[in-house]
Design a protein around this ligand. Sequence first.
Ligand code: ZN
Length: 175
Amino acid sequence: MSVRRILTVDADLATLKKKSQPVVAVDDDLRALMDDMLETMYAAPGIGLAAIQVGEPKRVIVMDLARGEEPKAPRFFVNPEIVWASEETGVYEEGCLSVPEIYDEVERPAKVRLRSLDYHGRLVEEDAEALFAVCIQHEIDHLNGVLFIDHLSRLKRQRAVSKVKKAAKTEAEAL
Ligand code: ZN
């Protein structure tokens, strides 16, 4: 397992905007990618990561919503699909490892039903609500080349990107 570089909007916007392709087989190569993604997410640290965030345009997501002292609870989603979404919506303050240090409120369906393949390629259908619903919708957006800042106004989005650019520049100068 290895920690990969996480792509960010200042330098890698074109890649992050790519639509990821469905996975054909859940095999050892894919599991190696999922293991790397999980390690990368834990190192960041973050609660969710899509493959495109490490530069792989595959429909794969890793997630761990365990808090604080709770034992680790890694989850893997291959070719995830939302098959139902509630009319009821919820607003949550989101952030993203590809848009560091930026947080803003996004409104999404409060509950969704999800169909995906797990780490072993088994089909799983499950309901998601609360943070799980927010996170899986945020990550599936990534697979479609959509960032959470794309849900904000154009002005807020531009401000967010220039803030990330400025921070990256300051960091580079400090090295
Ligand atoms: Zn994200």
